[in-house]
Ligand binder design. Sequence first.
Ligand SMILES: [Zn+2]
Length: 298
Amino acid sequence: MSSDSDFGQIQVGIIGGSGLYDLDGLTDVRRLNVPTPYGDPSDTLVVGSLAGVQVAFLPRHGRDHRITPTHVPARANIHALKSLGVRQVISVSAVGSLREDFRPGDLVVPDQIVDRTGPRRGTSFFDGNVVVHVPFGEPFCTRLRPELVNAARAGSPATVHPSGTYCCMEGPQFSTRAESELYRSWGLDIIGMTAVPEAKLAREAELCYAGLALVTDYDCWRADHEDVSAKGVAAQMRENSAAAKASLATLIKSLDVDAECSCHGVLAESVITPLSALSDQDRERHRVLLGKYLAKAG
Ligand SMILES: [Zn+2]
């Protein structure tokens, strides 16, 4: 198997959300600064071996949780993982529940997304002289998702919901009650602030991408329940992070790290601009994402 990495074969990327700032059980740990054409990632990447698999871990908001959802450098984060040779990414995040039976402490492996974010997030790697339209009907990898569901069920005692629609809001404020009720009337299941643009960028980077959403609260729609607060979320996240770590450890042990997937060839049918028309500057900017296609185009 080939890799673009200068650091050895790193097979799996894990992006940690609120409450998950490190991984247990990593050995041979190195910290890597990985600059990208889109700036620096949220933090140094922690690379190490987990059950014999080379894993790169990145805390989405930084180790000290200093980056708001709006300002997460998602393009740099995904590009950095791609440049290390990663082909599969698990994204962990804290979410509110929009339905009674998704309880605080439960895990959800979402299968759909509704994007309610604003225009301030860089949602594509291809924002200049290359036009790319990737398919996004299934925003999460349909091969990796069931593997994550199985691992979460086997690895943690938490209730695991095998599907759900993730409403991605802009934040940083939580929803109004009217918004929360609106999302519920739309049939959306969980609400968070980070799946977009991360999932879109993972698709553009030809990465298998699945999300592990940890329910921390009932947002603000439930009359007999305290409204969501940052302190309440943090307390529940401490409990949830153990379930997340157990799920991830189980997944890594069972994952086929060399699996071929349709995600890895998405750009073959998605780039509209003839690659032969790219300037040297654009070829260099997109070398990590388009390299194999540029080599064919000559
Ligand atoms: Zn895939």
